[in-house]
Design a protein around this ligand. Structure first.
Ligand code: ZN
Length: 148
């Protein structure tokens, strides 16, 4: 039987919610920072989606009992919205900061960021964010120089 793993962007923590706890008021509260998922969203979106996934899991298992191969499905959020609010601001701030730097200093900084990026799982949200920041900094630095 499946369970929910919830990632909290406020504190970076995660928590698991099992079927037996799904109706508890604490289930939608981050145990690390106490941030809460909206009650209406919890009841109208998450509960039905969880129920559907449990049903799906049971169906797949039933098929397997009738000699079909067994499949298990995880839904993995791709972090598309993660830090969306801060991302543009971070890129702008960095772009402003590099405007006064020499090309060598910028290259050095970009190499530093690239080295950190190498250590991250490919296509993870933080990896993509660094990639976008690098592009923004690079573009802006280039733009500043051609304007001058
Ligand atoms: Zn939290």
């Amino acid at each position: 039987m499946g369970f929910l793993k919830i990632y909290c962007d406020s504190c970076g923590g995660t928590w698991d919610v099992y079927h037996r706890d799904i109706h508890s008021d604490n289930a939608r509260k981050c145990p690390h920072c106490l941030a809460k998922i909206d009650g209406q969203t919890w009841n109208r979106q998450i509960l039905p989606a969880f129920g559907e996934m449990l049903d799906t899991e049971r169906e797949l298992f039933k098929d397997h009992m009738n000699h079909a191969p067994l499949f298990c499905i995880d839904f993995v959020a791709d972090g598309l919205y993660l830090n969306a609010r801060n991302r543009d601001r971070t890129a702008d701030t960095l772009a402003d900061a590099v405007a006064d730097c020499t090309t060598d200093e910028i290259c050095q900084a970009l190499q530093g960021i690239a080295a950190v990026r190498e250590t991250m799982p490919k296509d993870s949200a933080p990896e993509r964010m660094l990639s976008e920041i690098m592009t923004a900094v690079f573009k802006n630095a280039d733009h500043e120089r051609t304007v001058d």
